[in-house]
Design a protein. Structure first.
Length: 321
């Protein structure tokens, strides 16, 4: 039975509002100063807006209930959204770096740096507050979309701070090339952030396993839930949006009744779901004393080794040469 997941679109509406506001502020600051860094900052806020709208649409779609054509839900679209956002971030980085190089070749004087820097700092404060909200809610509910959007906004914050610092240096030293050099550095940093988001999205779309520490947590819960003489193997995990999946084989006494085996499996599954929010569990029961229960080739593929189960050692049959 699938668990009801929280509606997380509210924080993204906040992100949309912040993007619209900061675009206006940073564009105004650019017109006052003529700074390449501030223009790059404004372009990133435009990407923020596009990314937030895309993320909102993906969360709306992913929250749709299970249907006959999507028996495992719609959450996997969040990985696509995160990947698209990574591409947009990367494009922003390339555009920023390209404009910075252009300014290095054809420099222009900067004006009203104090006013422009003040506006940029105010916009940065708005993005920082919204980024904190997105990251906290995203991590609490395991939403890749909210975390990606929050990371994107936090990148924008560092961009703005770097640009303002560059404007301060320009005002102190009179060396206008600093503005373009910082804009170039910011562009490369943004490009790296975009790559990280695309890589994370790729891993999700390819059914990448949960992190090793989370897998070990699941294994420990199973061990503690099993009675003496029972065991498990062939544990597999993956994630789709906020929903996590685990399946494994339970090794039980072949003489147990179907009712008792079902009760044991239900108990183990409940313990797992209680510990990990949004976890979907599938178990397969096998007689622990039968050689056919041990698929050693599959265990090798999953990196599993012969294990000790509750109260006894499981003697695995040798792999045929």
């Amino acid at each position: 039975m699938m668990q009801e997941l929280p509606n997380l679109r509210g924080p993204l509406l906040l992100s949309v509002a912040a993007a619209v506001t900061t675009i206006a502020m940073k564009t105004t600051a650019y017109f006052f100063t003529g700074s390449a860094g501030l223009l790059a900052d404004a372009l990133e806020s435009l990407v923020n807006l596009l990314a937030a709208v895309t993320a909102y649409a993906s969360l709306w779609y992913s929250s749709r209930p299970v249907d006959i054509n999507h028996a495992y839900g719609h959450e996997k679209i969040e990985f696509f959204s995160s990947g698209l956002e990574g591409v947009l971030v990367g494009l922003a980085g390339v555009s920023t770096a390209g404009y910075a190089i252009q300014r290095l070749i054809w420099p222009r004087p900067l004006e009203q740096l104090g006013l422009g820097g003040g506006i940029a700092l105010a916009a940065s404060a708005i993005n920082f507050a919204v980024a904190i909200v997105l990251l906290r809610v995203g991590r609490k509910h395991g939403s890749l979309v909210l975390e990606a959007n929050g990371q994107h906004l936090m990148t924008d914050v560092w961009t703005s701070l770097a640009v303002v610092f560059g404007l301060l240096l320009v005002a102190v030293t009179g060396w206008h090339a600093l503005d373009a050099l910082l804009a170039l550095a910011v562009g490369l940093h943004i490009l790296g952030t975009g790559y990280a988001l695309v890589r994370r999205s790729f891993d999700g779309l390819m059914d990448h396993a949960l992190p090793a520490e989370e897998q070990e947590q699941l294994r420990e819960i199973i061990r503690q839930s099993l009675p003496v003489g029972a065991g498990f193997h062939l544990l597999r995990t993956r994630q789709a949006g906020r929903r996590k999946f685990v399946d494994f084989h339970l090794l039980v006494d072949g003489g147990m009744s179907v009712r008792d085996v079902h009760a044991l499996a239900s108990h183990v599954e409940q313990q797992l779901r209680s510990a990990v929010h949004g976890l979907e569990v599938v178990t397969h029961m096998e007689p622990i004393e039968e050689q056919a229960s041990y698929e050693l080739e599959r265990m090798k593929e999953l990196g599993e080794k012969p294990q000790t189960v509750a109260g006894q050692s499981v003697v695995q049959p040798p792999i045929d040469d």
